[in-house]
Design a binder for this molecule. Structure first.
Ligand SMILES: [Fe+2]
Length: 133
């Protein structure tokens, strides 16, 4: 796959407002960083761009996991492990793989994880709301 600008689809929504806001931002960040990396050979700047990407991913994961704790999500530990794996994989790939491979991997992971794992949490929150009504 060659990189094409990502656009949000309603099918990605989890309907947990905070998560959807962060996912949208993450997608725009991927687009911006990909374009910026293609425009520079400055090694220090490039390192900092990758840093921006991994730091935002880390922030977003902690934020999502805190919502899982708040709502008593039973699969929180498993979800945390999936996030951990991604962060490890990103740091490994950023050193050993080409930029295109790294972005392909990240985009595939992000979309799959969002529509499968994060939506399971979204469904759980929706069911809690139904139960409480
Ligand atoms: Fe997640």
């Amino acid at each position: 796959m060659t990189f094409a600008t990502l656009h949000w689809k309603t099918g990605y929504d989890t309907e947990v407002e905070e998560i959807d806001l962060q996912h949208r931002y993450f997608m725009s960040l991927i687009n911006r960083l990909h374009a910026e990396l293609a425009s520079t050979t400055d090694a220090e700047y490039r390192r900092k761009l990758f840093d921006e990407l991994t730091k935002y991913a880390s922030f977003h994961f902690v934020s999502e996991e805190n919502l899982m704790i708040k709502f008593g999500y039973p699969d929180h530990d498993l979800h945390h492990a999936l996030h951990r794996q991604l962060i490890d994989e990103l740091s490994w790939r950023s050193q050993s793989k080409s930029e295109e491979e790294l972005f392909d991997f990240l985009i595939r992971w992000f979309i799959e994880h969002t529509v499968q794992e994060d939506q399971r949490f979204g469904d759980y929150v929706k069911n809690l709301a139904v139960g409480a009504a």
